[in-house]
Design a protein around this ligand. Structure first.
Ligand code: AP5
Ligand code: MG
Ligand code: ZN
Length: 214
């Protein structure tokens, strides 16, 4: 099963993608997590990506597309995968489609998690992310058992550099301009499904399971 998570920054793509990946036993591939891991490890890709991410801008397509196309050809992707944060532009969606067409495959579901902009600004201030495994928490809606320590891997939690309110506003503008057109793109391909992301995390999860029939 090949699933794409769509939705604004903070809509809950990462939260849900992790749960679906666990449930279905397929990898969760988050381009944001890949870039953050590269920044943490001091790679050249990380340095390039950081300059865009800190402003709330998108990393250029040419730095993203090959990376994802390589990743989905790895052995653990044989039975499918969940893409979280990719594609985010029409050229990225076209690159993915071309790579899949070449091997006679297609995306099964593009799930759009809908959350109004006002809710998002409030959510982001309370988000905490694990530097170790990429797990995401919220100080009110999804707290860890021990304050500031990841439940999954025990690493320290951080407030992401791009979660400052001004940067979140830029990310939302970029989302509306460059990523929202993908909703039409995947509607035309008859794989789009929308979920109300303002519901509880459990309800959003069960709605998604119903869509994908898991
Ligand atoms: P990325 O890491 O993908 O960030 P994003 O898309 O902005 O999305 P987020 O990770 O911020 O939000 P999310 O939807 O995963 O929400 P979450 O589950 O954490 O990308 C970061 C940057 O990298 C981009 O800005 C760009 O620069 C670059 N980049 C990445 N991919 C790229 C690409 N393909 N092309 C170009 N550039 C790229 O949830 C948010 C919070 O809400 C959490 O605290 C969570 O606990 C809480 N929450 C979740 N669900 C609920 C709920 N139902 N009720 C209450 N709270 C909830
Ligand atoms: Mg995320
Ligand atoms: Zn962790």
């Amino acid at each position: 099963m090949k699933i794409i998570m769509l939705g604004a920054p903070g809509a809950g793509k990462g939260t849900q993608a992790k749960r679906i990946a666990d449930k279905c036993g397929i990898p969760h591939i988050s381009t944001g997590d890949i870039f953050r891991a590269n920044i943490k490890n001091g790679t050249e890709l990380g340095a390039k990506a950081k300059s865009y991410m800190d402003k709330g801008a998108l990393v250029p397509d040419e730095l993203v597309c090959d990376l994802v196309v390589d990743r989905i050809q790895q052995k653990d992707c044989e039975n499918g995968y969940i893409l979280d944060g990719f594609p985010r532009t029409i050229p990225q969606a076209e690159a993915l489609e071309a790579a899949l067409n070449a091997i006679g495959q297609k995306v099964d579901f593009a799930i759009d998690i809908e959350v109004p902009d006002d809710n998002i600004i409030n959510r982001m201030a309370g988000r905490r992310a694990c530097v170790g495994c990429g797990a995401t928490y919220h100080i009110l809606f999804n707290p860890t058992k021990v304050e500031n320590v990841c439940d999954v891997c025990g690493e320290k939690l951080i407030l992401r550099d791009d979660d400052k309110p001004e940067t979140v506003k830029s990310r939302l503008t970029v989302y509306h301009d460059q990523t929202q057109p993908l909703i039409d793109f995947y509607t035309e391909r008859k794989v789009l499904a929308e979920v109300d992301g303002t519901q509880s995390m459990d309800k959003v999860f069960s709605d998604i399971l119903e869509i994908i029939g898991a």
